[in-house]
Structures are given as structure tokens and as C-alpha cells.
Design a protein around this ligand. Sequence first.
Ligand SMILES: CC(C)(COP(=O)(O)OP(=O)(O)OC[C@H]1O[C@@H](n2cnc3c(N)ncnc32)[C@H](O)[C@@H]1OP(=O)(O)O)[C@@H](O)C(=O)NCCC(=O)NCCS
Length: 167
Amino acid sequence: MAVATDPIAFRIDRVDAAGCRLLATLHAACFSPGWDHQAFDRLLVMPGAISLLASQMASAGAPMGLILGRVAAAECEIITLAVLPDRRGQGVGRALLDEITALATADGAREMLLEVACDNGPAMALYRGAGFAQVGRRANYYRGAGKPPVDALIMRRPLAGSDPGNA
Ligand SMILES: CC(C)(COP(=O)(O)OP(=O)(O)OC[C@H]1O[C@@H](n2cnc3c(N)ncnc32)[C@H](O)[C@@H]1OP(=O)(O)O)[C@@H](O)C(=O)NCCC(=O)NCCS
């Protein structure tokens, strides 16, 4: 999928295990600690894994962001989503979420689930705007060295074709 934005145009492509080092580099630039390439190697070969990379059309396809999810039966779990700090606020995160939604729906998913830190305002705004609602909370789920633990919110969104009674 190609997306034209002002001022940056980007494209979104599927990545397979050959891209795990690139995904790890991107992840490390967005999270501390990031996941290493062996972790991505394992994740990308899981049955139902969908991994997408957003890259700039100009600048020789410089990577901008990634999303990784997994479809199992009628459920798609978003495992990670990140956009490089200097590429945020330009629609890349939303476009990655939209694209994985389309692919997961085509693969039979009828709902999407994810976990997000309760203090992550930008991510929660993105998810709420995309139709996710909180369905649970895990206390003290995220623990970083030298930082107080942070709760995880579990968010869910029905996908096209799901029973409205379950929405
Ligand atoms: C969350 C993240 C992926 C959003 O990516 P992005 O490319 O900046 O998001 P977009 O530009 O597509 O914005 C989509 C929506 O997200 C929300 N959003 C994005 N940045 C925001 C900010 N700084 N403050 C509040 N809301 C914000 C808005 O609702 C926005 O919609 P709008 O433009 O109509 O207002 C990005 O901030 C990121 O990588 N953060 C660090 C990693 C992370 O927290 N990942 C999620 C883990 S669950």
C-alpha cells in the first residue's frame, strides 16, 4: 500500500523473517529495551504472524515504523506497533494499524486485541480513535529498571463481519 502525505509519502509492505534485523533496529529506536533480532525471528515464524514495515518513498526507502500482529482463529493480537520518534504525528501509526486490520480481517479475524501502558497517551488516543475500548486491566504489568510499575490496559475492537452482539 502506498500512502501520500504532506510532506512525507510512505509505503507499507509485508516483511518476512529476512527483515528481522531491520525490525529489531527500528524497535530499539522506539522502546527501551527493544527486542533483538532473535526475538523478531521467533515472532515472525509464528503461524498467523503479520509483520508490516512503513518506509519513506524518498530517501531510498528509509524505514519509519512497524507493526506486528498474530491472527489465531477469529482473533488478531497486536504484539507491537512503533513509529520512529522523528516520524510521528504524520499518520504512519494509523496507516499501519489500518493495513494490519485489513489483512487480519481477510485472514478471518473478527476481533482485535492489544495491551497498552495506561500512561501511554498517544497510543491510547490512536487506539480509541480506531474504535478500541478497554476490556481489562493488568496491574503493574510493565516493569522497567528504576521506574515504578505501570498498569496495562487490555483493549478490544470488533472487526468487520463480527456479531454486533459481541461488539
Ligand atoms: C503510538 C504511535 C505508534 C503513534 O504513531 P504516529 O505515527 O505518531 O500516529 P499517527 O500520526 O498515525 O496519529 C494517529 C492518532 O494517534 C493519536 N496520537 C498520535 N500522536 C499523539 C500525541 N503525541 N498525543 C496525542 N495523541 C496522539 C491521535 O489520535 C492521532 O490522530 P489525529 O492525528 O487525528 O489526532 C507512536 O507514538 C509511537 O511509536 N510511540 C512509541 C511506541 C508505542 O508507544 N507504541 C504503542 C505500544 S502499545
